[in-house]
Write a protein that binds this ligand. Structure first.
Ligand code: FES
Ligand code: FE2
Length: 404
């Protein structure tokens, strides 16, 4: 007897999100089914992701590979100067096409059956094509293209047709991005570090202004807590924390205080974007910061529910003189896998990951929080600024808030 097909109810449809708007369930960092829903609703949802900066593919025919969660992406600057993004998979039997992190190529050849694609993702040649299925047309078998738009050299991609235009998505974040990308975004690549953190990607993106000078000794040298600054929260959950850093002249630790010099600010007489500092979270998972003279793009790439790869991308301005380039490279020693700040972050995120099954079941955001407040009004050193994104996340994931 034929049984009618029916779909099983998804237990996540009735997920009990806490009633208190300043609480987040710990298990969102560790439940596999929640991660699987994120892949569909968030990473493949109506969201832009930072895939690259033009500094990483500065010349025509340069390319970079990356991931949107579990989807490999190939970003190419075509011979025509246009940056395009594709699913990084051969259109024949789905083999990943390019495995190098970056490079320069006019063509991309799949190793399996040697299909050949050009810099615009078009299929150019396939061995034994005369024996193919009748009507096979190379023009219909190029790489699957991904929507791609740029702002200040940042290359954003989205897997979803319903994602709003990029400028609308970034609304309110433009001044912060100008600060971290040194005004015009005309950048050159200094190099990469990679950190692998045994923690959920959301613990990494949940950067808050509260912990900055408390966890990170290096930020006290920069006089973060005592500096003037602000926190801007946008409609799409992006966050920009600005700071007016005044590095200590004597840290009691550094033999050479010039490591902490804010050279661009001194040269500019304290004026203009190069004289400012900011830490930005571009939702969902990219941090872009400029502390003193050190601009960094940090791509937080989820590799499962409890593992995140951070690709630290160090950049400089294209017009930097040799002295400034050396200075930025020296300051890179404050960050990255062997430096203080990322070690400390990785350690606490891993400890949070290990404790997701503990009581009480929810984490709480209290610094700067007042019930009924406008969540977008956070002070520089508050953690309440994170809640606007968490509310967006809750809605994107289809979780109803409980009733108090
Ligand atoms: S899978 Fe790429 S050519 Fe066959
Ligand atoms: Fe941190």
């Amino acid at each position: 007897m034929d049984m009618p097909l029916r779909s099983l109810p998804d237990p996540l449809d009735d997920y009990p999100w806490p009633a208190a708007e300043n609480e987040v369930p710990k298990e969102v960092f560790s439940r596999e089914d929640i991660y699987q829903r994120e892949l569909v609703r968030l990473f493949a949802g109506p969201v832009w992701h930072v895939a690259a900066h033009r500094a990483e593919l500065p010349k025509r025919n340069d390319f970079k590979t990356t991931w949107i969660a579990n989807t490999p992406i190939l970003v190419i600057q075509g011979a025509d100067g246009v940056v395009r993004a594709f699913h990084n998979a051969c259109s024949h039997r789905g083999v990943m096409l390019e495995t190098r992190r970056r490079g320069h190529a006019k063509e991309f050849e799949c190793p399996y059956h040697r299909w050949l694609f050009d810099d615009q993702g078009r299929l150019r040649a396939c061995p034994a094509e005369k024996d193919f299925i009748p009507g096979f047309d190379k023009a219909d078998n190029g790489l699957a293209q991904v929507r791609c738009e740029e702002f200040l050299g940042l290359v954003f991609v989205t897997l979803n047709a319903a994602t709003p235009p990029l400028r609308e998505y970034l609304k309110g974040l433009e001044p912060g991005l100008e600060t971290v990308l040194m005004g015009d975004g005309d950048c050159q690549l200094l190099g990469y570090h990679k950190t692998i953190i045994d923690a959920n990607w959301k613990l990494y993106r949940d950067n808050d202004g509260y912990h900055t000078p408390l966890l990170h000794k290096a930020f006290t040298w920069l006089n973060w807590q005592g500096g003037k600054g602000s926190q801007i929260i946008t409609e799409h959950g992006h966050m920009a924390v600005t700071a007016d850093l005044k590095p200590l002249s004597d840290t009691g630790v550094l033999n050479d205080p010039s490591l902490l010099e804010f050279k661009a600010a001194i040269r500019a007489g304290g004026e203009g974007p190069q004289a400012k500092t900011a830490v930005i979270v571009v939702s969902p998972g990219t941090l872009i910061s400029k502390a003193l003279d050190l601009p960094i793009i940090r791509y937080a790439l989820p590799k499962g529910v409890d593992r995140t790869e951070i690709h630290w991308t160090f950049i400089a301005h294209r017009n930097d003189d040799p002295e400034m380039l050396q200075h930025r490279i020296r300051q890179a020693n404050m960050m990255g896998p062997s430096a203080m700040i990322s070690l400390e972050d990785a350690a606490v995120f891993n400890r949070a990951q290990k404790a997701t099954a503990t009581q009480p079941p929810n984490t709480q955001f209290v610094k700067g929080y007042r019930p009924g407040m406008n969540l977008a009004e956070a002070g520089q050193n508050d953690e309440v600024g994170n809640l606007a994104w968490w509310d967006l996340y809750r809605r994107q994931m289809g979780f109803e808030r409980g009733v108090e």
